[in-house]
Design a protein around this ligand. Sequence first.
Ligand SMILES: N[C@@H](CCC(=O)N[C@@H](CS)C(=O)NCC(=O)O)C(=O)O
Length: 233
Amino acid sequence: MLKFFYNAAPNPMKVALLLEELGLAYEAIPVDTRKGEQFAPDFLAVNPNAKVPAVVDGNVTIFDSNAILLFLADRAKQFVATDLHSAERAETLSWLMFIASGIGPFSGQSVHFRNVAPEPKDYALNRYDYEANRHWGVIEQHLAKHEFMVGGQYSIVDMAFWGWARLVPFVLGTGDATWTNYPHVKRLLDVISARPAAQNAEALKSRHVFKAELDAEARKFLFPQNERLKSTT
Ligand SMILES: N[C@@H](CCC(=O)N[C@@H](CS)C(=O)NCC(=O)O)C(=O)O
């Protein structure tokens, strides 16, 4: 059976949504990143980058959320334009990469500098908050003209969007007021969240207990770069 290595963070949740949409049988294997389980040798053999999500299915091992989405959708010939040379396929690749290289990292760093980084952090927070807003603004403008991200129908690009869109108020630190500036992001988010597959994906995390505290041990695993600061002070 397909093994899905996950936690409840945005990137694994995209993949949980596709697995549910495809109705694939899978074993959800929790990787508690606050306990350092991403660095266990068995998991590093699956994803040398020590992050979730990752999937092992027979002789296939694949990591990085949008790569997994594309691989599974291509294999199922569902939720993706399968004509490799079509305009829709080109658009799919653009938006998948935009989400993987822009939305995810800038949203993630915006959360980090807003909530976790020590002072002084004005410069870094301003940069990442600006870029997170700018990236979500690109999506907002796109969705003002399009019902779905690509091709006029629900696809893996919408699933990649959904993983992060659920957290936009937290990412931008603006709570419910966020949606005044991002009404089209909210519209598509609500459409996807109402799907049974999205509800099943959200329910997945209740099957396992993940460490909730961001204590010293968790910080050491999640922000290993801080160890270098200790040796220079
Ligand atoms: N580019 C990767 C990023 C994966 C990623 O950053 N995963 C986070 C959860 S959303 C993680 O595993 N964090 C644990 C850590 O950084 O140690 C993807 O899209 O899958």
